[in-house]
Design a protein. Structure first.
Length: 537
């Protein structure tokens, strides 16, 4: 099952394992068990620190007993790690298995120290179950984050469940989107969700863990430039600032930002074709070439203005900086109609790449006739029975080449000049969409199983209220140098008023904002507060 190249790569990855890891497979019979045994046998053959054992998991000490003969857990030095896989973790989840083994064996975790401190504070049992699709490119982020949580805290266990192999359970639990995360048997998160959002939800549910530590001994010294956001604009700003010899920190929920969800990129000049995950990886690799402090999976809750800018993070940590560069990008815009939020993960989705396979052979809708909407319709057309595109305006906003392709597809119907009024659900699942013909005023209902919302983006600027001047739409107002209304605070990319939200433009704007911050620092001497000066000394 595993190719020669993969086996060679695995040998390299596992060559520095510090502790032995056993993959413990539940006993019993299943149609996929033989395939899983072959997969795990090959996997464990690459290192003498890996082994495969088959036994009943009854009485597992760090989590529940395994659910199926195609379920296995990881033991480290004979101790249950709390990490479980149900199914064959191939496809995008192969990396989740590899990282789980390496982290369990001693490879440093990828979580910021402040996040690790938060997770260690959990004092009651947390049992996570993550339903995934092996074709979902967002699911591994969730699985890998929760695997690390389990390794940090003996009270936490987590299980990856391949929805394709547990169809009855998917049906019983009304799972219609991936990833869907259950915590102690109840829905915790679903749809596209990242580590920062998982932490937010955990803090909301268990506010007692909000204090990351008892002292500030790990606090950063005063920074020259702090970049908020890790997409193309933010990474470009950080690199340009670091190249000037400045002390730079990047705070981001994830490196790559919205780009990470884009599958095909063909307009990044000099790169004929790439993907969002690949570009995000390249951005991170380039960033790591410089002495930049990266605080990933965190958000900024509060910004205090002044000569020294003071940032409070979601972990409770405080960072002080002479200048700021805002590069927080944008997020999917919601319809705001009845039935939308209530049915996220139960028929309402925002990522056709992730959730499209759940609607194989079914009728679905795409809301939005811009490039993202028509591209989504084309992607879905190869999976679902039919796609109906609902566009509010009389004409589509998408590029003509995309419209031409859509109109050639027999199973794509385009409705123009219509307004979505409501998403209807029956028995916990989307069953229809109600819309109005804007020309005649007549209302209609169309039966379908899924609604994919693709109506543009909303700037991630809510935390900047009363900090810098925003447009009525929430964009940060900037001048030609990327300066905002507040001295020492600059902004770039999709969160700003700069037109044409494109990757190549965001990179240029980020570089410009960093150069402007450097110029500002040359002309404005900002002294560190006494406490910070003493700490730095």
């Amino acid at each position: 099952m595993l190719s020669k190249d993969i086996m060679t790569a695995l040998e390299g990855y596992t060559s520095k394992m510090e502790r032995p890891v056993a993959l413990v497979l539940q006993t019993g019979e299943h149609s996929k068990r033989e395939e899983l045994v072959e997969f795990l046998t090959q996997f464990t053959s690459v290192s003498d620190k890996l082994s495969l054992e088959e036994r009943d998991s009854e009485g597992a000490e760090h989590g529940p007993a395994l659910r199926s003969p195609i379920s296995f857990l990881l033991e480290v030095d004979g101790v249950d790690s709390g990490i479980r896989f149900s199914g064959i973790p191939s496809g995008h989840e192969f990396s989740s298995l590899v990282l789980a083994v390496l982290h369990a064996s001693g490879t440093p975790l990828k979580l910021d120290e402040s996040i690790q401190a938060l997770v260690r504070k959990v004092s009651e049992p947390l049992r996570f179950e993550v339903f995934v699709s092996l074709s979902c490119h967002n699911c591994p982020d969730v699985v890998q984050a929760l695997n690390q949580f389990a390794l940090l805290n003996e009270h936490i266990s987590t299980e990856m469940i391949d929805g394709g192999l547990f169809q009855q359970e998917v049906e019983d639990r009304n799972v219609q989107g991936v990833p869907t995360v259950f915590l102690n048997g109840e829905v915790f998160a679903n749809g596209k969700v990242d580590t920062a959002q998982l932490l937010d939800k955990l803090l909301q549910k268990y506010p007692s863990i909000a204090q990351a530590g008892d002292d500030d001994s790990s606090a950063l010294p005063l920074q020259d430039v702090t970049v908020i956001g890790g997409g193309p604009a933010g990474v470009a700003a950080a690199i340009y600032a670091a190249r000037k010899g400045l002390a730079v920190t990047v705070i981001a929920d994830r490196v790559g930002g919205q780009v990470k969800d884009t599958m095909g990129i063909e307009n990044l000049i000099s790169v004929p074709k790439t993907t969002g995950p690949e570009l995000s990886g390249n951005l991170l690799a380039h960033l790591r070439e410089y002495p930049v402090t990266l605080k990933e999976h965190l958000r900024v809750d509060k910004v205090e203005k002044g000569d020294i800018k003071r940032l409070t993070l979601s972990s409770g940590e405080v960072i002080e900086s002479r200048t700021l560069v805002i590069a927080t990008g944008a997020k999917w815009r919601e319809l705001g109609v009845p039935g939308e939020k209530e049915n996220i993960g139960n028929g309402v989705a925002y990522c056709p790449h992730c959730d499209g396979p759940f609607f194989k052979g079914k009728d679905v809708a795409v809301i939005g006739g811009g490039n993202s909407g028509i591209e989504a319709a084309l992607d879905l057309a190869g999976i679902v029975k039919s796609v109906t595109v609902f566009e509010f305006l009389p004409e589509l906003k998408a590029d003509q080449v995309l419209v031409d392709q859509a109109e050639k597809r027999d199973n794509i119907t385009i409705l123009r000049n219509v307004a979505t009024q409501q998403i209807v659900a029956e028995n916990g699942k989307v069953s229809a969409i109600e819309y109005q013909d804007r020309a005649s005023g007549e209302s209609h209902s169309q039966a379908l199983a899924g609604v994919f919302v693709q109506i543009g983006l909303v700037p991630n600027s809510s935390f900047l209220k009363d900090v810098v001047e925003l447009t009525p739409h929430g964009e940060v107002k900037i001048d030609e140098r990327g300066a905002t209304s507040e001295p020492g605070i600059f902004a770039c990319g999709d969160v700003t008023t700069v037109p044409y939200k494109q990757i190549v433009i965001a990179m240029g704007e980020g570089s410009k904002a960093a150069l402007s911050a450097f110029d500002y620092l040359l002309k404005h001497e900002v002294e560190a507060p006494e406490a910070d000066t003493a700490a730095a000394a």
